[in-house]
Design a protein around this ligand. Structure first.
Ligand SMILES: Cc1cc2nc3c(=O)[nH]c(=O)nc-3n(C[C@H](O)[C@H](O)[C@H](O)COP(=O)(O)OP(=O)(O)OC[C@H]3O[C@@H](n4cnc5c(N)ncnc54)[C@H](O)[C@@H]3O)c2cc1C
Ligand SMILES: NC(=O)c1ccc[n+]([C@@H]2O[C@H](COP(=O)([O-])OP(=O)(O)OC[C@H]3O[C@@H](n4cnc5c(N)ncnc54)[C@H](OP(=O)(O)O)[C@@H]3O)[C@@H](O)[C@H]2O)c1
Length: 247
C-alpha cells in the first residue's frame, strides 16, 4: 500500500524529446543513496504510481528523478508534461536494497547503467561512503544515442574532485562517436575492451559490481562476469554482483 502525500514540481528539465528530470519538493522519509521512491498521478479514477530512483544524494534538499517517456506507458509520458508548480503524488515511504550497505568490501567499484538507471549511481557518487570504502570507481553509462548521455556536467564535477580515482565510460550503441565505446556492455566485458579502456581488471578479489537498468543487460552482463570468476551477491552468500532491474 502506498502512503501518498503531495509534492510540488520545482523543475522539469528536458534533456531530449524523451528524457527528463523532475526536481520535487516533498516531505518524505529519509532515504539511503541507491534507494527509490514512488511517484504517482491521478489518471481517470485512480492514482497510477511507479518506482523511481533518487538521483539526488540524501543530504540534498530537493528530490530528483530521471525518467524516459515510454511511448505506450501509462505514467511516464504524463510525468514528462509536468511543469513548475504542479502537484504530484509521492510515497512518503522509501524502498530498495540497491545500496552500499548490501555490497561487500572491495577495492574497485564498477557501476554499470543503461539509460535512466544512471540515477541511483549519481546519488551514491554524490555521497561519501563509496569514496571512503573504494579506491577506484568506474561509472559506465550505456545509451542508444550520444545525446542521451545526460548529467555529463555531474560526471565532470566528480572527475574534478576525485581525479584518477574516478573514470566515466560512455557506451553509445546506435551511432558512431569519437569518444564512446560502441556496442553493448556485456560484449565489451567479454572481449576485454572495457577493462582495456580503464586499465583495470574484473577480479573476484578486488571488484564489486553494481548494475542497474535493462533486465536483459543485467542477465547478459552477469553471464559475462561469471566467466571472469565473479558471482551474484546474496546476503546468505556474498559475491561481487549486485543488481537492480527497472522492469
Ligand atoms: C526499483 C525501480 C526503480 C526505477 N527507477 C526508475 C528511474 O529512476 N527512472 C526511470 O525512468 N524508470 C525507473 N523505473 C521504471 C519506472 O518505474 C516505470 O516503469 C517507467 O517510468 C515507465 O512507466 P510507465 O507507467 O510509463 O510504463 P510501464 O508500464 O511502467 O512500463 C512499460 C515498459 O516500458 C519499458 N521501461 C520501463 N522503464 C524503463 C526505463 N527506465 N527505461 C527504458 N525502458 C523502460 C519496459 O519495457 C516496460 O515494460 C524503475 C523501476 C523499478 C522497478
Ligand atoms: N532511446 C531512444 O531513442 C528511444 C526511441 C523511441 C522509444 N524509446 C523507448 O524508450 C525505451 C528504451 O529506453 P532506453 O533507450 O533508455 O533503454 P534501453 O532500450 O534499455 O537501451 C539503453 C542501452 O542499453 C542497451 N541494451 C539493451 N539491451 C541490452 C542487453 N541485453 N545487454 C546489454 N545492453 C543492452 C542498449 O543497446 P542497443 O541499442 O544495442 O539495444 C542501449 O545502449 C523503450 O521503451 C523505447 O520504446 C527510446
Amino acid at each position: 500500500m502506498s502512503n501518498w502525500i503531495e509534492g510540488k514540481i520545482v523543475e522539469n528539465k528536458h534533456w531530449t524529446d524523451l528524457l527528463y528530470s523532475l526536481r520535487v519538493k516533498a516531505d518524505i522519509d529519509p532515504f539511503v543513496a541507491g534507494q527509490y521512491g514512488r511517484l504517482g498521478l491521478q489518471i481517470d479514477d485512480q492514482i497510477v504510481g511507479r518506482p523511481y530512483s533518487f538521483v539526488n544524494a540524501p543530504h540534498e534538499p530537493l528530490l530528483e528523478f530521471y525518467s524516459i517517456k515510454v511511448s505506450e506507458g501509462p505514467l511516464s509520458p504524463k510525468l514528462a508534461e509536468l511543469n513548475t508548480g504542479d502537484s504530484i503524488y509521492i510515497d512518503k515511504r522509501v524502498n530498495g536494497f540497491f545500496t552500499l550497505n548490501e555490497v561487500p568490501e572491495g577495492r574497485d567499484m564498477w557501476m554499470l547503467a543503461t539509460g535512466t538507471a544512471l540515477g541511483p549511481f549519481l546519488s551514491i557518487l554524490n555521497s561519501q561512503e563509496v569514496w571512503e570504502r573504494f579506491e577506484n570507481v568506474v561509472l559506465v553509462h550505456a545509451v542508444r544515442f550520444k545525446n542521451e548521455l545526460s548529467y555529463q556536467d555531474t560526471s565532470a564535477e566528480l572527475k574534478d574532485i576525485y581525479k584518477d580515482r574516478f573514470q566515466m565510460v560512455p557506451f553509445v550503441s546506435r551511432e558512431h562517436t569519437d569518444f564512446a565505446l560502441t556496442g553493448r556492455i556485456p560484449a565489451a566485458i567479454a572481449n576485454g575492451k572495457l577493462e582495456d579502456k580503464v586499465n583495470m581488471q574484473f577480479t573476484a578479489k578486488h571488484s564489486q559490481v553494481m548494475m542497474c537498468g535493462n533486465p536483459e543487460m543485467l542477465i547478459d552482463t552477469r553471464n559475462a562476469l561469471k566467466d571472469k570468476g565473479l558471482k551474484k551477491n546474496l546476503r546468505r552468500s556474498p559475491g561481487q554482483i549486485t543488481t537492480e532491474s527497472y522492469w
